[in-house]
Design a protein. Structure first.
Length: 155
């Protein structure tokens, strides 16, 4: 019964340490809990099974932990859980309508300093040069940088 409890305790400690190293990097509750459970398991082996068995369990646990972490990192098992998608879209990227500097429209939301505006029946996101503009105000495009459209009030 002691061996069964000891093996379960050390396997659980090893699992928590692997979770800490691979899935949740940094010092967190999982790593600390795994370390404490490992120490408790090794202490139980020294206390209940003798010094020779205790040292064997200590060396075996350290080797098992090193081998498990090494192979987990080498086989890149953690990559199955990694997010690989990248967001490569930009503001107004889907628009094919060629806006021109000097075009006029109107704000359909308050621009504080960004908001929505309508130009030639198309609603787009626009930015002011720092000023706040009210809704329904006439606007004029003053600059376009990488599909980012800058406007100012057109009086």
């Amino acid at each position: 019964m002691e061996w069964f409890t000891l093996i379960l305790l050390l396997l659980f400690a090893l699992a928590l340490i692997v979770v800490e190293v691979i899935f949740i990097p940094g010092t967190s509750l999982f790593g600390i809990a795994g370390f404490i459970l490992g120490i408790i398991g090794i202490w139980i082996s020294f206390n209940s099974l003798g010094a020779a068995t205790g040292f064997s369990v200590l060396i075996g646990f350290m080797l098992a932990a090193a081998v498990t972490v090494y192979f987990s990192l080498k086989t890149k098992a953690w990559e199955r859980f990694a997010l690989r998608n990248r967001i490569s879209s930009r503001v107004n990227d889907e628009l094919k309508y060629p806006f021109q500097v000097g075009e006029t429209g109107r704000a359909i939301s308050a621009l504080r300093p960004s908001g929505k505006a309508e130009f030639d029946g198309r609603i787009i996101e626009v930015h002011t040069l720092g000023k706040f503009l009210d809704e329904k105000m006439p606007l004029k495009i003053v600059r376009i940088d990488n599909q980012k459209i800058f406007v100012e009030a057109a009086y």
